[in-house]
Design a binder for this molecule. Structure first.
Ligand SMILES: C[S@@+](CC[C@H](N)C(=O)[O-])C[C@H]1O[C@@H](n2cnc3c(N)ncnc32)[C@H](O)[C@@H]1O
Length: 405
């Protein structure tokens, strides 16, 4: 018996209500199985190998699951999971929802960043778009080219091996830009290579969490900026040059006398207030209002733990905070450096709570190209409700408990 097929995947997505109008035949034509390698790691399970268990492989391929296809930039071998998942076939419902945001129509020129297996590029080609897709990993790019040629989309998709942060190295002009790797800093090239009115869809986030939110930007008339809302919580592998090294932070990296020299306080907040699941809005919103802060939760296995906060040296030294939440004990907060990061987090949390705990849909971002002598940089300004209300960094005095500290 066989299970699944591209038509059943289309039906599954239609049942979930995530298939954009006009895309059902596209999901029926393009077989995900033509793009997924023989060995994959489903997001919620162990390795599945087609050669050993073709039915399990087919069930995984025609399910709504993300399938990891590469670990550790290809350096990992073997059956077990590697340290960092670095390429995947994204969950089909995520692919469909991002295509809904992208709103690509036949005849459009589409730039994709993060070719991976080539599946999403094939969907765009089957929709009638002219696609250039950029993949940083040469082996994955070769494999995607082979997959696309075998599936009949070799002419409609040009796969470029290179760093997608630079966009199309031939500097094309695009009607749509789709990014399928997590972004922390939007590169100017994506705006520069888009026409006014172009939709740019990307998973965007801050280093406060490992998650992202889909961001739908529309390029301004003057072509120098783009703005739009966040549309859903998600989580993608990050652009190679924008991955923070989370293993570098925590108690082990602090000087031995740190706890004695740091300022000590406590807090009325609890572990569950500030450390939530990957798709919970709180971490995302805290990241928007506490800029340039890497948060590293270290659970203690008993419903609490320590939330480490780090901000890089911008001329006055590093800032670090550790908020410890142990069951049955008063929370213990240590802070050092020019920024009192826990106070900023607390202020941002009380602001979010006071606003009625808005979700990610209430926020958006404006990206504006700012040019220096020879470099185009992008200023990213998050906003609340509309682009005329940019979010300022949280300050300690904002929250009602501020006076008590
Ligand atoms: C989630 S996967 C993409 C899924 C893909 N769209 C598909 O349909 O299979 C993310 C991909 O982005 C690639 N990537 C990461 N950083 C990149 C960069 N700077 N430029 C281009 N590709 C990059 C990774 O190698 C990985 O293959």
């Amino acid at each position: 018996m066989t299970v699944g097929g591209s038509d059943s995947l289309a039906a599954l997505l239609a049942d979930k209500g995530v298939l954009p109008a006009g895309w059902r035949p596209v999901f029926e034509w393009v077989a995900r199985g033509e793009f997924v390698p023989d060995r994959v790691w489903p997001e919620d399970g162990d390795v599945v190998d087609r050669r050993r268990d073709p039915e399990a492989w087919r069930a995984a391929v025609y399910s709504d699951r993300a399938l990891v296809t590469q670990w550790d930039d290809g350096r990992h071998a073997g059956e077990g999971a590697g340290r960092l998942a670095t390429s995947s076939a994204s969950a089909p419902s995520t692919v469909a929802e991002m295509l809904f945001d992208l709103d690509a129509h036949p005849g459009m020129r589409v730039l994709e960043i993060g070719t991976g297996t080539g599946y999403s590029a094939a969907l765009l080609a089957a929709r009638g778009c002219d696609v250039v897709s950029v993949e940083i990993d040469p082996d994955l790019a070769d494999q995607a080219r082979a997959n696309l040629a075998r599936a009949g989309y070799g002419d409609a998709v040009r796969v470029v091996t290179g760093d997608g942060v630079l966009g199309d190295p031939d500097a094309g002009s695009y009607d749509r830009v789709q990014v399928t790797a997590g972004v922390r800093r939007i590169p100017a090239a994506w705006i520069e290579q888009a026409r006014p009115g172009t939709v740019i869809v990307m998973p965007w986030g801050t280093d406060f969490t490992t998650g992202d939110c889909a961001l739908r930007l529309v390029v301004d008339e003057d072509g120098r900026g783009a703005s739009g809302p966040f549309t859903m919580a998600t989580a993608f592998m990050k652009l190679r040059r924008q991955r923070p090294d989370r293993h570098h932070y925590g108690a082990a990296s602090m000087p031995g006398d740190w706890a004695e020299t740091a300022a000590v306080s406590t807090t009325a907040l609890g572990w569950d207030d500030v450390v939530a699941g990957p798709f919970d809005p709180v971490g995302f919103v805290l990241g928007l209002r506490v800029p340039d802060c890497l948060a590293q939760p270290v659970p203690d296995g008993h419903g609490g733990g320590t939330l480490w906060l780090h901000a890089a040296d911008t001329g006055h030294g590093h800032s670090t905070a550790a908020a410890g939440f142990a069951h049955g004990h008063t929370p213990n907060v240590l802070q050092s450096g020019p920024r009192h990061l826990w106070d900023e987090v607390e202020a941002a949390w009380y602001w979010w709570d006071g606003q009625g705990r808005p979700t990610v849909h209430d926020f958006g971002l404006t990206a504006t190209i700012t040019t220096t002598a020879d470099t185009a940089l992008v200023e990213q300004l998050a906003w609340y409700r509309d682009r005329n209300h940019p979010l300022a960094p949280a300050v300690h005095d904002e929250h009602p408990a501020g006076a008590a500290h």
